[in-house]
Design a protein around this ligand. Structure first.
Ligand SMILES: Nc1ncnc2c1ncn2[C@@H]1O[C@H](COP(=O)(O)OP(=O)(O)OP(=O)(O)O)[C@@H](O)[C@H]1O
Ligand SMILES: Nc1nc(=O)c2ncn([C@H]3C[C@H](O)[C@@H](CO)O3)c2[nH]1
Length: 222
């Protein structure tokens, strides 16, 4: 029997109430790592964003202005498909980054930096607002906050070649947009500062994060 079927927090919660939780955060903050660890702990299925099979990412980092619209449309479509699959399939899920971050953080930043034209941004936003009618927010959004030096260290540690062109200013801008967005985010959220937490290598640090999440899930669903 799957671990989730015995999990004290989720066994009495209906699927409708807690279909999925999501991990949000800047590039290199540790979302994919935490998504995997939470999926294992709760016995839920992880949904990762499209990176290795992404046909635009490498070109985008080479020439952001040329590829910004293409990449944003690709991510939007891929995350919308994931969202639909999570709502349709039986079981519970942990999602690596939300569809809201595409719009509120990445596309907005590219437009503000002049790397996406007004007409492309308006076109993109109009598409998102049509899609938004079919979206359901996560049962809990976990924002993992990390300062830029931590992000840089972790991006370097991961070592994706095409991310070598990411500049400090780009990460700072994204962090500012994240703070603005999380402040306005109207649904259930939990903010975790991870600069001093090594949940990848320390079971104790991971345990502290899981405890915070479990306390919130208990509060929400019991
Ligand atoms: N809290 C942490 N402490 C130490 N190392 C970490 C922590 N979080 C993540 N890492 C390491 O940092 C690197 C980047 O993490 P990860 O790929 O999970 O980030 P991400 O937020 O999913 O990035 P992206 O936005 O690019 O998908 C990995 O090598 C991971 O092992
Ligand atoms: N421009 C842009 N828009 C997005 O919606 C988006 N979502 C993720 N990413 C980039 C960040 C990492 O390099 C890599 C993995 O997260 O993909 C994005 N880039």
């Amino acid at each position: 029997m799957a671990e989730s079927e015995h999990h004290p927090i989720t066994e009495q919660v209906s699927d409708d109430e807690l279909k999925f939780i999501s991990v949000a955060g800047n590039i290199g903050a540790g979302k994919s790592s935490l998504t995997g660890l939470l999926a294992k702990h709760f016995g839920w299925e992880p949904f990762y964003e499209s990176v290795d099979d992404n046909p635009y990412l490498s070109d985008f980092y080479d020439d952001m202005r040329r590829w910004s619209f293409n990449l944003q449309i690709y991510f939007l479509s891929s995350r919308f498909r994931h969202q639909k699959q999570m709502l349709q399939r039986p079981g519970r899920f942990v999602q690596d980054r939300t569809i809201y971050e595409d719009v509120e953080i990445f596309a907005k930043n590219l437009h503000e930096m002049g790397l996406m034209s007004d007409r492309d941004f308006e076109n993109y936003q109009a598409l998102f607002s049509e899609m938004a009618h079919y979206l359901k927010p996560p049962g809990l959004l976990i924002y993992i906050r990390a300062q830029v030096p931590t992000l840089v260290k972790q991006i370097q540690q991961r070592g994706r070649d095409y991310e070598n062109t990411i500049r400090i200013e780009y990460l700072e801008r994204l962090n500012r947009l994240y703070e603005d967005w999380i402040d306005r985010y109207p649904h259930e959220k939990l903010i975790i500062d991870t600069d001093d937490l090594d949940f990848v290598n320390s079971n104790e640090d991971l345990g502290r994060i899981i405890e915070l999440i479990e306390q919130r899930l208990f509060g929400l669903f019991n």
